[in-house]
Design a protein around this ligand. Structure first.
Ligand SMILES: CC(C)(COP(=O)(O)OP(=O)(O)OC[C@H]1O[C@@H](n2cnc3c(N)ncnc32)[C@H](O)[C@@H]1OP(=O)(O)O)[C@@H](O)C(=O)NCCC(=O)NCCS
Length: 169
């Protein structure tokens, strides 16, 4: 029996990325462009999905990206990503983004954004393929999985309702 047969815990695929921001990523207000944060979070989630599923995975959806604080030029931006939920071929990846001034190690990372990504594992033909189950190990991971199931139910219901509305027009 393969080591993946019973699934993988969230800790298996956890990924953290970091960049030091510069004027190249600034918007017209002089802060870091939100799209740069989205891209870094998407890259983090992609690495998590690849690790958990053991192969290629693509972004299928992104929802609830909340920007809580501005990120300033010169901040070190760090992401923390992990699988919250895994289905047949899709996974919800949660990404937390923190910022810290590059020259001040005395401050703790400020929580500046969070996002939930849906990734789908694909085979060489681009078709959805099965992923290992997720085996939460801590109460926090169980809570994340439960909340991810609620978000998934809402996503699928919203999509189904929109599609049925379009079919009737
Ligand atoms: C993602 C993709 C592979 C899904 O293909 P599909 O034919 O819809 O696949 P399925 O209908 O079999 O769905 C596969 C899984 O994805 C989930 N899914 C697909 N779209 C979803 C969405 N918008 N929101 C939530 N889940 C979604 C399904 O619920 C299913 O989950 P499960 O297998 O865990 O039950 C396909 O839409 C695709 O290739 N999209 C482009 C992805 C891409 O290029 N991303 C980069 C951004 S440019």
């Amino acid at each position: 029996m393969s080591p993946d047969a019973h699934g993988r815990p969230p800790s298996y695929a956890r990924v953290s990325l970091a960049i030091m921001t510069s004027g190249r990523e600034a918007n017209l207000l002089g802060n870091i462009h939100g799209g740069e944060i989205v891209k870094l979070a998407d890259s983090t989630a992609g690495a998590v999905a690849q690790r958990h599923s053991g192969g290629p995975a693509v972004t299928a959806a992104l929802d609830e990206m909340a920007f809580l604080e501005p990120v300033h030029v010169g901040d070190i931006v760090r992401t923390f990503g992990q699988v919250n939920w895994a289905g047949r071929s899709s996974m919800e990846i949660g990404v937390r983004v923190e910022a810290q001034p590059w020259n001040d190690p005395s401050t703790t990372g400020l929580h500046v954004a969070s996002a939930y990504f849906v990734f789908v594992a694909i085979d060489e033909d681009g078709h959805a393929r099965e992923v290992p189950a997720l085996l939460p190990e801590t109460p926090k991971e169980v809570r994340r999985m439960r909340e991810a199931e609620i978000r998934r139910a809402h996503r699928l219901a919203r999509r189904a309702e929109i599609e049925s509305g379009r079919a009737g027009t």
